[in-house]
Ligand binder design. Sequence first.
Ligand code: PLP
Length: 402
Amino acid sequence: MSKQQGRHFLNIPGPSPVPDRVLRAMDMPVIDHRSAEFAELGKQVFEGCQKIFKTKGPVIVFPSSGTGAWEAAIVNTLSPGDKVLMVETGHFATLWQQMAKRWGLDVEFLPGDWRHGASPTEIEEKLRGDKSHAIKAVMVVHNETSTGVTSRVGEIRAALDRVDHPALLLVDTISSLGSVDFKHDEWKVDVTVSCSQKGFMLPPGLGFNAVSDKARAASKTNKMPRSYWDWEEMLKPNANGFFPYTPATNLLYGLKEAISMMLEEGLDNVFARHKRLAAATRAAVTHWGLEVLCQEPEEYSPVLTAVLMPPGHNADEFRKVTLEKYNISLGSGLSKVAGKVFRIGHLGECNELTLLGALSGVEMGMTAAGVPHRAGGVDAAMKSLEDADKSNAPTHLKMVKP
Ligand SMILES: *Cc1c(COP(=O)(O)O)cnc(C)c1O
């Protein structure tokens, strides 16, 4: 590593940069997790999570990565041999599908081109054809972090309702929660899976399951073996603010602070900010003459933008140059799109100027790496932000505290 001054730009789509306020909140002595003081923290965190997931039901917090929370969703609701419907939106949907298979589920994996979200129409057709209700769950990734495509979960819910299908709806919101609007209760999602290091702006280490009554009822009779991930083991002590085992105490301090930050800004403002930054990023990409991987404007991700490299140029070599010269980390292309795309994360603690800094790094990096592009993408991004600012004046005024 060369010696570089100033802050590293962590523009991968998770882990995302941790705000100073969250870092300071975690810089605390570890307390007794059986104490009254801890119970207070536990209760505040569980209540706060309900606001972010938009649910009145329980949100379970595991000391785990997002992958652990995926597993918890499966083992608490389904039984070996159960049929589930999943959609190949990209790398993460593929990994979750592999996990489902390892747990003995009979997965129908609708193929995808990695440039579109899960199609509500296609899901509706599959469910309509399933007269015997063999499909026990529909499992989708809300924001596919490998492609920068956001699936329309509200419409998928509507599709289930139209055919009156009783399947559970399990949704991975690992990279969307806290950045893209998501309504666990209103969309009747049964298990919402998430984790700490993306929209929540925390270090890695917490996995979440928001659980509907229907999912909890399924957990009483399903047949998957589990111990560490068992919801009931968690929910009993959680009711009083406690955990059945040692929790990630200091991450919980951070979680409490991150939730406060999101609620102070206002969730709608948080979502609008992400959309604004994403639109500016696409303005830059388009100006450079490069192509955004997502092909459906309705599904552009507010969290990250995946960009196709011009033919003959390798994304990883380009990323290496930008890291060495400008101290910025960009996301790599994963599995099917390795070397072909790079990803610009614009989530969590990101604002107009940090985004413009990152885009400057990308543009200068392209020059340095000899990647053909039209100069001036950063100007196009500035123009996009200025235009958004004009049309968004009332939202901005609301953000100023009295
Ligand atoms: C990051 C990510 C995961 C994996 O989470 P880990 O914390 O790395 O286990 C799963 N799904 C999506 C959509 C992600 O972005």
